[in-house]
Design a protein around this ligand. Structure first.
Ligand SMILES: [Zn+2]
Length: 122
């Protein structure tokens, strides 16, 4: 650890800076917040931690300022489903598969491709 990594008042770095693993309780990274079902409430991180001799920086947010993760609205869910339906539905036989079809390269589902592009329904 370098002495300049230990800068709780942010004199050197602009924001409070701690050596890796010495960040005070009550603060978490974005990923740690997400694991708690939270997202950063403030735009800016309130402190940072340095590791690997300052070559890696992790930004920390106050857990008390964090907000609940947004839940998509029904309209957003529906839009997502429409987008997925377009990628999962064969344009020839209109069957929707539980996975995305190779529409750009093959242009249809496997049965339609195997039958020479003629839909089974035809
Ligand atoms: Zn098909």
């Amino acid at each position: 650890m370098r002495a300049c990594d230990d800068d709780p008042e942010g004199r050197e770095h602009g924001i409070p800076t701690y050596p890796w693993r010495q960040v005070p309780r009550g603060y978490a990274t974005k990923r740690q917040l997400a694991a708690l079902g939270l997202r950063p409430g403030s735009r800016q991180p309130v402190m940072q931690a340095l590791c690997r001799g300052g070559r890696r920086v992790a930004f920390f947010y106050a857990i008390s300022d964090a907000l609940p993760k947004r839940v998509p609205t029904l309209a957003q869910e529906e839009a997502l489903d429409r987008a997925m339906a377009a990628r999962q539905t064969c344009p020839h036989c209109r069957v929707r598969y539980p996975y995305c079809l190779p529409l750009r390269t093959v242009g249809s589902c496997a049965p339609c491709a195997d039958s020479g592009g003629l839909a089974q329904a035809a």
